[in-house]
Design a protein around this ligand. Structure first.
Ligand SMILES: Cc1cc2nc3c(=O)[nH]c(=O)nc-3n(C[C@H](O)[C@H](O)[C@H](O)COP(=O)(O)O)c2cc1C
Length: 460
């Protein structure tokens, strides 16, 4: 008997009011504006762990969405990822009330020196007992560059070059600086750490250099589980080199398949096991006990959607002001330094559909570019299985709608259906986040990954 492919699930969230489906905060039952209270996040973490979610994935953005209509007014009014707070600071509280839930946290490396960032991640890996992940991003907003004393975004491919270089530094700090067994904690001899087992991380690259000891003692996973979401040519190369989990969104089914196949093939060519790359697709779900209930819920939610907010988000994400487009004007490809693959998906890579602003807006059913999957638990499960079969993805990154009821509904209604089909776990695997994803004993990155190449191991 063949085992059916297991669905992996992350909840996709952000330390702000309006994340992906804009306007939902206006729904009378929505509690997103409680994001300032730790109780809100701790309750969410408990619900996700009850549903055996692999992780909560926390997005982040530096800068404001000020491309649409030439300013930030729409984003500010509709709370399109502003106000937004730091995602990392939520993790200890959520970790304290859970035992298994993973935390994939977005940190923009462009504005974080690797030496201090590496220590912050090690600290979180300790405090979560090996459940931390890092979504590697480089930003896509000029407004963030201005906040950091610059003028505009670094060019798209150059950001990836910088990111490659940054990884060389953090790998050396996490993996190469402290040998296993360096920490003795020996009260008899009075030696806490054996200096012979510590090594200065040394690296000098085109953008970053380091010549220092890592400050934290070895954490359970050392390198956090690495997430990445680039789908452009350069982004796929970066993913194939570094990523363990890849997030995709806004692509047609045919494109998704091409992207997944290409990333896995590139990973193999680099000596990695292509199955070590788990691909998650952004999805939103509206579920009801009956199809009628689900449709009614969708209509209720839909009344609160902000298409203007969605256009503000989308414009800044791809670097094109959709405020300047007529409603039926075909959208043209322009090379921008923002999220290029998202623009390619509706222009150069869309061979069968001519995308216009009207078509884009028609898709923004709940105020975002993620058209929801609507139906009964069985219909949701059917849609998930069909998408996985057609694209070879491993699971879904579930965008929130009305919070927290969308998560509670999913856990109550959809999870049991997935379990009944034998395509979703009925208990967590033991160990760190990496072990839960890849199997017992795989807490550290495997051979073939560049992090493994810089490890310091004293010969026995
Ligand atoms: C599901 C998903 C989540 C993302 N989350 C973030 C995020 O939280 N912060 C961020 O700066 N970029 C985020 N991005 C953008 C990516 O980091 C990347 O810039 C984008 O996918 C375009 O990369 P590309 O031009 O290589 O395709 C996300 C992308 C996707 C598809």
């Amino acid at each position: 008997m063949t085992t059916r492919k297991q669905i992996r699930l992350n909840a996709f969230d952000m330390n702000c009011v309006g994340h992906i489906q804009h306007g939902m905060w206006r729904h009378p039952r929505d509690r997103s504006a409680d994001y300032l209270n730790l109780d809100y996040w701790m309750n969410l973490a408990r619900t996700l762990e009850r549903g055996l979610f692999d992780g909560i994935f926390l997005a982040d953005i530096l800068g404001v969405y000020d491309v649409y209509r030439g300013g930030a007014e729409t984003a500010i009014r509709d709370s399109v990822q502003i106000p937004v707070n730091d995602p990392l600071l939520l993790v200890p509280a959520m970790a304290a009330v859970t035992n298994h839930l993973g935390f994939g946290v977005t940190c923009n490396l462009t504005y974080e020196p690797p030496y201090t960032f590496a220590r912050r991640m090690s600290t979180l890996d300790h405090l979560t007992r090996g459940r931390i992940g890092w979504n590697i991003v480089t930003g896509y907003l000029d407004s963030a560059a201005r906040g950091m004393g610059g003028e505009r975004l670094i060019a798209h491919d150059d950001r990836y070059d910088m990111a490659d270089d940054y990884m060389e530094v953090v790998y050396r700090l996490w993996e190469g600086s402290w040998e296993d067994g360096a920490v003795l904690r020996d009260k008899q001899t009075g030696v806490y750490t054996d200096p012979a087992k510590l090594h200065v991380a040394r690296y000098e690259g085109p953008y970053y250099k380091v010549n220092a000891l890592h400050l934290s003692e070895p954490s359970p996973q050392r390198t956090p589980v690495l997430y990445q979401a680039g789908a452009s040519d350069r982004g796929r190369k970066f993913a194939a080199t570094h990523a363990e989990c890849v997030f995709l969104a806004g692509q047609s089914v045919a494109n998704l398949k091409l992207i997944v196949t290409d990333i896995r093939a590139q990973a193999k060519a680099r000596g990695r096991d292509p199955r070590d790359i788990l691909v998650f697709l952004l999805a939103a779900v509206v579920v009801g006990r009956t199809e009628r209930e689900a449709r009614d819920k969708l209509e209720d939610y839909r009344r609160h959607a902000s298409i203007e907010g969605a256009l503000a988000h989308y414009s800044a994400s791809v670097g094109v002001d959709f405020g300047k487009y007529d409603i039926d004007e075909p959208i043209r490809y322009v090379k921008t330094d923002a999220n290029n693959s998202h623009l390619e998906a509706i222009t150069t890579r869309s061979t069968d559909i001519v995308w216009t602003k009207r078509r884009v807006m028609d898709e923004m059913i709940l105020g975002g570019r993620v058209a929801p999957i609507v139906g009964t638990p069985a219909q949701i499960a059917d849609a998930f299985e069909a998408l996985m079969a057609a694209t070879d993805i491993d699971g879904f990154n579930l965008s929130r709608t009305v919070m927290p009821e969308c998560v509670e509904d999913f856990v109550e209604l959809v999870i049991p259906e997935l379990q009944a089909r034998g395509i979703y776990k009925t208990e967590y695997a033991p160990g760190t986040l990496r072990e839960k994803l890849y199997g017992w004993g795989k807490s550290r990155l495997g051979t073939g990954h560049p992090a493994a190449a810089v490890r310091n191991i004293t010969p026995p």
